[in-house]
Design a protein around this ligand. Structure first.
Ligand SMILES: Nc1ncnc2c1ncn2[C@@H]1O[C@H](COP(=O)(O)OP(=O)(O)OP(=O)(O)O)[C@@H](O)[C@H]1O
Ligand SMILES: [Mg+2]
Length: 430
């Protein structure tokens, strides 16, 4: 049985130089054929060089077992090779042995010291951007299995595949910036994989924002965390949003004493409308509820409370969690239909940022997040929240900076509040 390889897969398999060692990375978008080509190469090497010893690893063992090993087994089946005759899977050693004496060890790189005594002919690294540079360097030093004179055109090979790094890291530095003659960088956009189901890329275009799509589907090197945190926000995202007393009203909360930040929204299945904000200095959860009641005393629809999952922890100063306080207080005002909808724990902030940006402007051009001018502090965040230069951390003002410019203290919390809601309803799987 044969395969028709994609252009980048062929490039990945073939070595265009004469060096004894080949180091290659297949950097591709989601579903661009990374795992497929890595495992295919591993098997071809085992069949061609009888007695070769390979190591296949990833930062976590689940990735090796559930993805990479499965892909090896699928190829073996495709080649009509039979377990027990042509190859053996030795589960206790997590090792694949071929009848010609070649073998492949499947390992995690979590404890790289355990791999220090190996002498190898090839190494495959799954999801290379998760693996530290130090592990990669250690593996380079393991490429010293003695070469069998019968092996024609043998080269030691380290090959890996990866999604593009979210910011330029060691892979970019090693394979592009300071590239050696025997290091190869192969870029594979998802859009070139003709074996994917119809509409796969269109679906991602709808889900992701432009920059994320460019990096994780088109496989281009980008810097997702450079400059402004919120990308592509335009006047089209600003709307006069009329508060609707009969619709569900969402309050999405970030709890702080100074400033407390709650943003109010209506939402539909696929859109969100932030129509007001309650951002108060030196206050309490109960007082913020009073402010809400003074603005919306006659709300008839349901009230749904979203926000920071850690606001559900009982703080040492209060008997109740923030959410229980809000619920009780709103009930005391006569609101009956109140629901708390928060995650059991907060996802990493990166997830919220990606979800928020994707709603603002997806790669297929849709805008699904709208803000009323009344949400002054939220807009202030959208236009001013930035990453620190050269880091993926958000640039937050210091205490002294806040003292000299009071406005700065409103950075971050209103964005946090709004993005909790967005991530709750429209999370992007990463
Ligand atoms: N040359 C090919 N011939 C046939 N099918 C292929 C080929 N290349 C890739 N595929 C198929 O395309 C799909 C995606 O490939 P694969 O899982 O290797 O992508 P990936 O880049 O590892 O994806 P992920 O980002 O999810 O890790 C799989 O179903 C795979 O079998
Ligand atoms: Mg894969």
């Amino acid at each position: 049985m044969s395969y028709n390889l994609l252009k980048s897969q062929r490039e990945f398999l073939e070595i265009p130089h004469q060096n004894q060692l080949d180091v290659a990375v297949y950097q591709g978008g989601f579903g661009s054929g990374k795992t497929f080509s890595g495992s295919l190469l591993g098997i071809l090497l085992c069949l061609k060089f009888a007695g070769i010893r390979g190591l296949v690893g990833a930062q976590t063992y689940t990735l090796v077992r559930d993805t990479t090993l499965q892909s090896y087994l699928e190829h073996l089946e495709h080649f009509n090779l039979k377990e027990g005759e042509d190859y053996f899977w030795i589960s206790s050693l997590q090792k694949l042995v071929f009848k010609n004496g070649s073998e492949i060890l499947f390992r995690t790189f979590e404890e790289p010291n355990k791999l220090k005594s190996l002498n190898l002919g090839f190494v495959e690294i799954e999801e290379m951007s998760d693996v530290p540079y130090s592990t990669f360097k250690m593996l380079l030093g393991r490429m010293r299995q003695s070469i069998n004179p019968k092996w024609k055109n043998f080269r030691y090979r380290i090959f890996g595949h990866t999604n593009p790094e979210i910011r330029k890291g060691w892979i970019y530095k090693t394979f592009i910036e300071n590239k050696k003659e025997n290091y190869r960088f192969i870029s594979a956009p998802t859009t070139q994989n003709i074996y994917l189901p119809d509409g796969f890329c269109e679906e991602m275009k709808k889900l992701y924002d432009d920059e994320y799509y460019r990096i994780f589907v088109l496989a281009q090197n980008g810097e997702y965390d450079k400059g402004l945190v919120v990308k592509d926000f335009s006047n089209e995202n600003i709307k006069n949003i009329k508060y609707q007393p009969d619709m569900d009203l969402h309050i999405t909360c970030d709890f702080n004493v100074d400033p407390m930040a709650w943003i109010l929204a209506h939402k539909t299945e696929d859109k969100v409308f932030f129509f007001d904000e309650i951002v108060l200095e030196n206050t309490t959860t109960a007082k913020t509820c009073d402010e809400f009641f003074s603005r919306y005393p006659n709300h008839k629809g349901k009230i749904i409370i979203n926000g920071d999952a850690s606001g559900d922890n009982r703080s040492c100063t209060s008997e109740y969690t923030n959410y229980v306080i809000i619920k009780k207080k709103l009930q005391s005002f006569g609101f009956e239909d109140i629901e708390i909808k928060i995650k059991p724990f907060n996802p990493p902030i990166k997830n919220r940022i990606i979800a928020f940006n994707s709603m603002i402007h997806s790669a297929n051009g849709e805008r699904r997040l709208f803000v009323d001018k009344k949400c002054e502090k939220l807009l202030y965040n959208i236009y001013n929240l930035r990453y620190q230069e050269g880091s993926s951390k958000i640039d937050l003002p210091s205490y002294t900076q806040i003292k000299s410019s009071k406005e700065l203290k409103f950075l971050m919390h209103p964005f946090d509040a709004a993005s909790y809601l967005v991530e709750f309803y429209w999370a992007i799987s990463l």
